[in-house]
Every structure is written in structure tokens, then in C-alpha cells.
Design a protein around this ligand. Structure first.
Ligand code: BGP
Length: 471
């Protein structure tokens, strides 16, 4: 809606940036760290592995100094579970504990609020080997023990916690569950079993956080994928609504309401994928609600109907990165109104405003944007600095979308860009950069790993110092 007046960002708004341990730290085999599913993942030889990443493990002080210079109010990062518990459970690795103590102290000394993700994709391989990881009920206790250890160790300084990053992606990506990536269709059922166990584990961790961390706040970090019906054909509208329920709301309904919504329940039962629910599971989820909703946002999707026919029967599913069409429900199609990044992610700041408003209407919890950013192929120029105007344009429009939603009454905690320094992409190695700070390496040549400020660094610095007035 066009309004005469638009409210400014509140004074305590957390302008931040995000990372994940395996994508930024490097030192993958140092100081007693155990292996995670990301370390053992088979990687396409044309892209880098996670062993060195951005070498943040050794350079965190320099990186925090740059955050300070930029004016960041918050830094969201994940703890590598296997630095703390190399096998996922059992003995603690003191050197790993020390690393995060030092990082958190450095942030606090520099007035940067730490926001910690407990688990961001890198599940301990040890737990997969012991009992199959998230597919077993035992995984719940090990996650809760790990989370409890973090609350007791860091909870005096860390007040914002995120339970699980993008559980809605983990569910559909077998390698993140410690499985092979073949026959993804058959693995969907296992994904939903893992999903249930993760929901119970997250609810128990919320309970512990509230018990242990004074003034602690905790919530999930999902990847809500904003969707539109492609046309005003009622069949597309129905496909859109179904897709929103089974691909987006299902998880937040579990996390925030302790419910399997009706559409999702029928979808799972119809495909013989409904997980076994143990006594007390739903009560535990209902009782332990998050304090806020965090979500990652990069693109929107357009949805069309995908009717059953002789070839396509209920249960047929196709994947790109995530499920892209399901017979009798929906298919993702190209949105002709939007431009896309080099990786085909459709750029849509209006989709972010809509996401914020939909989430607020359904859950009435304050929102924290934990990731939003523009991935691009970039090289440092021979002269001058890297002028990443397309990133500035992307972020300023998306921040403006948040301002618009706020203007209509949605409550926010903050906005964390992905990322602060360049780091390894989830799927595309070091060639897909997101940072305000260039890291001087490429896919396989580590060069000198020097940090160099891009144009967007100064843009963000200015934006933070004006508290978003200059978007
Ligand atoms: C999210 C993940 C991040 C990050 C980001 C960008 O899904 O939480 O870890 O990788 O996406 O994605 P990519 O690196 O594939 O461009």
C-alpha cells in the first residue's frame, strides 16, 4: 500500500550479517574438531571443499574488527557441533569451546550482539555412524544435551539463539541427513521422520533455553519460500495454497503451534509418510513456543497447477535443488515479471514484504531476518575497489520492503545480510560471493586470503550509521 508517511526503523533495530561455521571457519580438521556430514560430503572437483573456507577460525579478530568498522550491531554465526562434541555426543573438546568463547568475547567487547545458530547443516558424522542421526529418536537427546551445553557455557553473553537452520531444506536433502543423494523420492519419507524428530528436539531446546539463559530468546530459522499463483485460474490458486501449506507453513505450524496442519497431514498420510508420534511429542511442541520467528529470504517462486494424468500419479515428485513439482498438487514455473541472479534465483523484494506480513498475520511473533543477500561472480579489479552496485541495489530494495512491512504494523528484531565477508556457498563453492568484504582466494588457489572492502561495505556502514534512513 502507498502511504503518506512511512515509519523509520526503531533505535534498537539489529543491523547485522550472517554466516555458518562450515562456510566461513576453515580449520576443518584442526584442534580436535570431529567430522560433520559437510566434511564427508562428496564434492564436485570443480569447486572447493570446506577445509579452509575463509579461514575465519584463524582470522576472527581481524574479521570482527571489520564488522566493528562497518558498524554492525549484530553478528549471526553458527557453532560447529563437532568442534564442541567431536562425535556429536560424549567427551567435550575444550579447544572448540575456547574458540567460541573467544569469538563471543571479541564481539561483546566491540558492542556487536551475538546471535547463535545451534545447528546449521553440519550434523555430526559420529551420530550418523552410531545410530543413523536424525532418523533415530536418540538424536533428540543428543541435540538437547548439546544445546544445553551451549546455553550453560555461552548463555551469560548470548541472548539470541536459533534452534535449527533451514530444517525445511534439510528434510529434502538426503546428504544433509547423512544419506546418499540418489533416489531422493524414496528418501522423502525419511526426511519427514527426521523432521518430526527435529521439531521435538527444537521444542525441548526451547524449554532448556528458557530455564537456563536469563533473558534468553530463541526461535527457528527457516527458509520460507514466498510463492505466487501464476495466473488467476482457480486451479493455480489452489495449487498455490496447497504448496504454501505443505512447503512453507507446515514447519512453522509445528514450531509455533505444535500442530500438523490439515493439508500437510493429509499429504503425508496419503503418501504413507506420516511419522510415528510418541506420547508427549505434540504437548512438548505446544508448550514450548519460540520467542520470535527467524527466516532466510532470497527469492520467490511462481506456482501453477500440475494435474494428475496417465503418466503422473500421486506421489510423483521431481527435484531441482528442492521439490520442484508434485503430481496432483503444484509445479514451480518461471515468473516472467522478475529478473534472476546468475543462478536463476528470481529477485523479488515485494516477496519479502509479503512474507513478513503473512508470517506476522499467522503467528504474531516478532521477525528476525537471518539471511538475505545477492550472490555473484566477482573478481577484484586491477584498479580501484570492487563496485558491487547490484548487491547494494538488491539489499536496499529488500531492506525497504522490511520498512514497508514495519509501517503496516509488523514487528521486527533485525535484519542480517548474508554475508559479511565472502564465504563458501552452500552449493557453488567460492565462485558465488555474497560479502561486503572480498576474500582474496578463488576456488582452488588460496592466494593470500586478504580482506578487501567492497563498495557495499561503505554503503552498509553509512546505512547503519543513519539507522536505515538512507536506504
Ligand atoms: C541458505 C543457507 C546458507 C547459505 C545461503 C545461500 O540456504 O542457510 O548456508 O548457503 O542459503 O545459498 P548458496 O550459498 O547456495 O547461494
Amino acid at each position: 500500500m502507498q502511504t503518506r508517511k512511512i515509519n523509520e526503523f526503531p533505535e534498537n533495530f539489529l543491523w547485522g550479517s550472517s554466516s555458518a561455521a562450515f562456510q566461513i571457519e576453515g580449520a576443518a580438521y584442526e584442534d580436535g574438531k570431529g567430522l560433520s556430514v559437510m566434511d564427508v560430503r562428496k564434492i564436485d572437483p570443480s569447486i572447493c571443499d570446506y577445509s579452509v573456507a575463509s579461514d575465519h577460525y584463524h582470522r576472527y579478530k581481524e574479521d570482527v574488527a571489520l564488522m566493528k568498522e562497518c558498524g554492525l550491531k549484530a553478528y549471526r554465526f553458527s557453532i560447529a557441533w563437532t568442534r564442541i562434541f567431536p562425535e556429536g555426543n560424549g567427551p567435550v573438546n575444550q579447544k572448540g569451546v575456547d574458540f567460541y568463547n573467544n569469538l563471543i568475547d571479541e564481539l561483546v567487547r566491540n558492542d556487536i550482539t551475538p546471535i547463535v545458530t545451534i545447528y546449521h547443516f553440519e550434523y555430526p558424522q559420529g551420530l550418523i555412524d552410531q545410530y543413523g542421526g536424525w532418523l533415530s529418536r536418540r538424536s533428540i537427546d543428543d541435540y538437547v544435551n548439546y544445546a544445553e551445553f551451549l546455553f550453560r557455557t555461552y548463555g551469560d553473553r548470548v541472548k539470541y539463539w536459533l534452534t535449527i537452520n533451514e530444517q525445511d531444506h534439510v528434510v529434502h536433502m538426503p546428504f544433509r541427513l547423512g544419506l546418499t543423494d540418489d533416489d531422493r523420492k524414496a528418501k522423502e519419507k525419511l526426511g519427514y521422520l527426521a523432521n518430526h524428530n527435529m521439531c521435538v528436539a527444537a521444542a525441548k531446546a526451547i524449554e532448556k533455553c528458557h530455564e537456563i539463559v536469563k533473558d534468553g530468546k530463541i526461535g527457528p530459522a527457516t527458509c520460507f519460500e514466498m510463492m505466487y499463483p501464476t495466473t488467476n485460474d482457480p486451479a493455480d490458486m489452489l495449487a498455490w495454497m496447497d504448496a504454501m501449506e505443505i512447503r512453507n507453513y507446515y514447519l512453522l505450524d509445528l514450531n509455533c503451534k505444535g500442530e500438523y496442519n490439515g493439508t500437510f497431514k493429509r499429504y503425508l498420510e496419503d503418501r504413507d509418510m506420516f511419522p510415528e508420534i510418541y506420547e508427549g511429542d505434540m504437548e512438548c511442541m505446544k508448550k514450548n513456543k519460540p520467542d520470535f520467528l527467524a527466516f532466510n529470504y532470497y527469492y520467490s517462486q511462481s506456482i501453477s497447477a500440475f494435474p494428475l494424468d496417465d503418466e503422473h500419479v500421486i506421489g510423483d515428485i521431481e527435484f531441482k535443488l528442492l521439490p520442484s513439482r508434485e503430481a496432483g498438487i503444484y509445479q514451480v514455473v518461471k515468473n516472467k515479471n522478475l529478473k534472476a541472479t546468475l543462478w536463476g534465483w528470481e529477485i523479488d523484494d515485494t516477496g519479502l514484504q509479503l512474507t513478513c506480513r503473512l508470517l506476522w498475520e499467522r503467528y504474531h511473533l516478532p521477525l528476525l531476518i537471518t539471511e538475505c543477500g545477492f550472490g555473484n561472480k566477482e573478481e577484484w579489479p586491477e584498479e580501484g575497489i570492487l563496485e558491487d552496485d547490484n548487491r547494494i541495489d538488491y539489499l536496499s530494495k529488500h531492506m525497504h520492503a522490511v520498512k514497508e512491512a514495519m509501517n503496516l504494523g509488523v514487528e521486527f528484531i533485525g535484519f542480517c545480510t548474508w554475508s559479511f565477508i565472502d564465504l563458501i556457498s552452500g552449493h557453488s563453492g567460492f565462485s558465488k560471493r555474497y560479502g561486503f568484504v572480498f576474500v582474496n582466494r578463488d576456488e582452488h588457489d588460496l592466494r593470500d586470503m586478504a580482506r578487501r572492502k567492497k563498495k557495499s561495505f561503505y554503503w552498509y556502514q553509512n546505512l547503519i550509521s543513519s539507522n536505515g534512513k538512507d536506504i
